[in-house]
Design a protein around this ligand. Structure first.
Ligand code: FAD
Length: 542
């Protein structure tokens, strides 16, 4: 069934004897919260190279608005753990939950020590509350610009570190591995072409898969490359069916699907339909503060019921001064479309937001391939279970970034962590084709995933999507592209096939995976994770 995506081990042909080389102790792929935190930790042990496919600031981290959840005091640790377990619907790895939440406050303190400034009131951090949290424990910065503050603090710390080097506009095509050991990656830069980065340890921190869906809050760089390349290399994947859809993104034709932070509902924002009637009370006792998947599906149902393309978020009762001060980004964004958030309701609808599953890792970030680690949204520790509690992902990125960086650094002295092997050859079959309109296929794929594998799924729609994806794969996966747009499309097709495969497996509804043909939770058969490793990985391709 996955024949088209299994037919490739590497997306490019290469002969390492004729390609330029770069050498480093630790290679970090991605410059968001997880990658930068990992780089800072690994730099205690050796030279670190961070490569990132756009500018260093581009990624989900810089776009995060609401904040970082961190237990407000020692008594809050246990209730933060319980809230996370509750939202995870029985699938959280409790070890991961306890570890990440317990290490959260010290990780946030490190950020503050490195210059991050969180909003405060009377000299104390101002904490807000989001859906699923039983207490106010979310730190935020610049009102609703938390991610930018986190990214800036980490980037400054990494840039001034003498052992960390950052290469922007370097696209990682594939991970190099041989005999179960990772040796680095194949990297492309527009002016330098393909290069081999040989590293003793490699850390994947490429973020999630949001751009696979037509409606998404994620920036353009988040195309699931890391999960696809880890799959090609033979790493285990887990829980890919769990994609969280954010209930409220700005919905104006032609405008980007900017997220309207959950903190807006936390501060009292109300969801209304086009008749101006509040409707969340009809769907869940926690109304606007119900878990995200419940709010997303309720909005979808309300849109179907009223025949409207969106619903509305109403802040007008909260006071002009307060909302202007608390949500400056949303205020200015809406103002561009002549919407004054103190007077007008904001048109919103759900969109793909967060990838709960990913490359399977342990609490040291290890993937099972020697020398290859992963952290942040590309990875899955089981921390979020079947759903993500709001503001827990920056926290996970910080804690797991540090843990993966430490673990990779400590392994530098192992014998198998030597550099090399320097000579690897991959000759893919060269077939000449007529040109392909990559952007056209990408748009069609994103629409297909939104319609057939989005907020609500069922066997019929998933099977149809699988068939359509197979057709595109049949003439795209065997090609050899020479630019990132083509490799990205191959990664997106790989991910589409995988997400569909995982979604068809789980014949129940749980957390953010909702099947209209299996609307109930089935603890007898499905109180477990879904896992997949590519077949015959070592013998294919090379
Ligand atoms: C709009 C928005 C708002 C959010 N709000 C919050 C919030 O308030 N609180 C919260 O906890 N979470 C929030 N999240 C989620 C959170 O921001 C992400 O889960 C987190 O930032 C992911 O961090 P990361 O380091 O794993 O990945 P990212 O920050 O996405 O970074 C991935 C990096 O990998 C690079 N990369 C990808 N592919 C390649 C490749 N092939 N080669 C080289 N480099 C590559 C990218 O360029 C980027 O640098 C939000 C997300 C979005 C999109």
């Amino acid at each position: 069934m996955r024949k088209y995506i299994e037919s490739r081990r590497y997306l490019v042909s290469f002969d390492t004897s004729s390609a330029p080389h770069i050498f480093t102790d630790v290679l970090v792929i991605g410059s968001g919260v997880a990658g930068l935190r990992a780089a800072i930790a690994a730099a205690n042990y050796g030279e670190v190279l961070v490569v990132t496919k756009d500018t260093a600031r581009e990624g989900s981290t810089g776009h995060a608005q609401g904040g970082i959840a961190a237990a407000s005091d020692s008594q809050d640790v246990e209730s933060h753990i319980q809230d996370t377990l509750e939202v995870g619907c029985g699938l959280c790895n409790e070890d991961a939950v306890r570890t990440i939440i317990s290490e959260g406050p010290s990780s946030v303190q490190e950020l503050i020590d490195w210059g991050a400034k969180f909003d405060s009131e009377d000299g104390k951090p101002h904490l807000t509350r989001e859906g699923g949290h039983s207490r106010s424990r979310i730190l935020h910065a610049g009102g609703d610009a938390t991610g930018a503050e986190v990214e800036a603090a980490l980037l400054t710390e990494a840039q001034v570190h003498r052992r960390i080097h950052i290469l922007e506009n370097f696209f990682v095509v594939d991970i190099l591995n041989e005999n179960g050991v990772c040796h680095g990656a194949i990297v492309y830069n527009a002016s330098k072409g393909l290069m081999m980065v040989w590293s003793r340890q490699t850390i994947l921190a490429t973020g999630g898969t949001g751009r696979l869906f037509r409606e998404t809050t994620n920036p353009g760089v988040i195309t699931g490359d890391g999960i696809a390349m880890a799959y090609r290399a033979g790493a285990a994947l887990t829980d890919l069916e769990f994609i969280q859809f954010h209930p409220t993104t700005l919905y104006i034709a032609g405008a980007s699907r900017a997220l309207i932070s959950e903190a807006v509902r936390g501060e009292g924002g109300l969801l209304k339909n086009r008749e101006g009637k509040r409707f969340m009370d009809d769907y869940h006792p926690d109304a606007e503060l119900a878990p995200r998947d419940v709010v997303s599906r309720s909005i979808l149902q309300e849109m179907q019921r009223t025949g409207d393309t969106n619903v509305y978020l109403d802040l007008t009762h909260l006071g002009r001064e307060h909302i202007y001060e608390r949500f400056p980004f949303i205020r200015s964004l809406c103002a561009e479309f002549d919407i004054d958030i103190a007077e007008d309701m904001i048109p919103v609808r759900p969109s793909a937001h967060y990838s709960v599953g990913g490359v399977k890792i342990d609490l040291g970030g290890a993937t099972g391939i020697e020398g290859l680690y992963a952290c942040g949204e590309v990875a899955c520790t089981g921390f979020h279970g079947a759903n993500r509690l709001g503001s827990n992902s920056l926290l996970e990125g910080l804690v797991m970034g540090r843990r993966a960086g430490e673990a990779a650094g400590k392994m530098l002295h192992k014998l198998s962590a030597r550099l090399g092997p320097y000579t690897m050859v991959n000759r893919e079959q060269k077939i000449h084709h007529s040109p392909i309109d990559v952007a056209d296929v990408e748009i069609s794929l994103r629409s297909l995933m939104w319609r057939n594998a989005g907020i609500e799924r069922n066997e019929e729609a998933l099977a149809a999507a699988d068939q359509r994806a197979d057709f595109w794969c049949s003439y795209i996966m065997e090609r050899e592209f020479h630019k990132p747009a083509g490799w990205q499309l191959q990664n997106m097709l790989t991910l589409a096939k995988l997400i569909i495969y995982f979604s068809r497996q789980r014949t129940e509804s749980r957390g953010c995976h909702y099947r209209t043909d299996y609307p109930g939770r089935d603890d007898t058969n499905w109180n477990r994770h879904t896992n997949l490793v590519r077949d015959n990985v070592e013998v294919q391709g090379v």
